[in-house]
Design a protein around this ligand. Structure first.
Ligand SMILES: [Zn+2]
Length: 325
């Protein structure tokens, strides 16, 4: 494949559901840039928390959203996704040059019933990836609150039904996403899951001490499982100072990719943009700017083989290993 990109996270669906214009995910531009596949998050929003203006910051953990309410909103989000002019991917054969295929992803598992009775219904809707939590607690696990500087060891691990959900995902062939999960939850999943470990949109804590970022030991576990991490383009998770500065250079993304490649090897690094969910470097703009990032990787010394792995090859390997298709 010539220039095919696969990306680990975007929030376009939330914008569509709210009838807001997209900031980063113009689909025509994304297609032209080579985006063939992306995780389209169905995120049931918590009440907005103001962006932290001072460093350090320690935002409170948002309240849980009850299952019934979350399930109703997730249905609406799913309907909004279905109205987008994109295909849906349930096999890596569904990624084709010149088309965008959506990987249906729940960001936070609140919409799944505590007895898992609707998980197969969601599978039938092409759901192929579940982030156990957003940054809040739910019936399965607890997410990490937004803090800087902070580690992610902020609360309890998986509940009994959380363990059952991970096993059910393994059985059905659904990705279990570790982004937003706290430290205890991460290690619970690492101990249970039979699939490669995946963090769809998370950065390196060694380079930016945000609670959302992954410690080197976590990266080692992802590498050892044959998994992958999508580098998040959110400037607050890239910059050493944790500040929300739109003029952050593209090189900050490459800095995290370098760290991942050094720590885990080139087979475990991918993109996880967080387009439409975060402030990303102005130099990149949005999906239309992805070729600039590919050029920056080449300028940094990544050869064709390495670039192919980062842009799509690693995602394809992990999806093939996880999905039953
Ligand atoms: Zn997220």
């Amino acid at each position: 494949m010539r220039r095919v990109l696969i990306d680990g996270h975007n929030d376009l669906v939330l914008h569509r559901w709210r009838h807001e214009p997209t900031k980063h995910m113009d689909l025509e531009a994304a297609r032209a840039a080579g985006l063939a596949g992306a995780f389209f998050a169905l995120y049931v929003p918590s009440p907005a928390i103001p962006d932290p203006t001072e460093i350090p910051y320690a935002l409170p953990l948002p309240a849980a959203i009850p299952h019934v309410e979350a399930a109703r909103i997730a249905d609406e989000l799913y309907a909004a996704l279905c109205e987008l002019p994109v295909g849906r991917a349930t096999s890596t054969a569904d990624f084709r040059e010149g088309e965008v295929a959506a990987i249906v992803h729940l960001e936070g598992a609140e919409a799944i019933a505590p007895d898992l009775s609707n998980l197969e219904d969601w599978y039938a809707r092409d759901l192929r990836s579940i982030g156990l939590t957003w940054s809040r607690p739910n019936q399965f696990a607890e997410g990490v609150p937004f803090r800087f500087p902070s580690g992610s060891d902020t609360g309890p691990g998986l509940t009994t039904v959380g363990v059952e959900l991970v096993r059910a995902c393994n059985q059905l062939g659904i990705i279990v996403d570790l982004s937003h999960l706290n430290w205890a939850g991460f290690w619970d999943v690492a101990g249970i899951s039979e699939a490669p470990l995946v963090a769809t949109h998370s950065n390196a804590h060694a380079l930016c001490a945000a609670s959302r970022n992954l410690a080197d030991e976590q990266l080692d576990a992802i590498r050892d499982s044959g998994g992958v991490v999508g580098v998040n383009f959110a400037v607050t998770f890239l910059r050493e100072d944790g500040c929300e500065v739109p003029e952050t250079p593209l090189a900050e993304i490459v800095r995290h990719i370098d760290h991942y490649a050094e720590r885990m090897g080139i087979d475990h690094v991918a993109f996880g943009s967080d387009f439409d969910g975060a402030v990303v470097p102005a130099e990149l703009g949005g999906a239309a700017g992805l070729p600039k990032l590919v050029d920056a990787l080449r300028d940094a010394g990544y050869d064709d083989d390495a670039v192919a792995k980062i842009t799509h090859g690693n995602w394809l390997r992990v999806l093939d290993a996880t999905w039953h298709s």
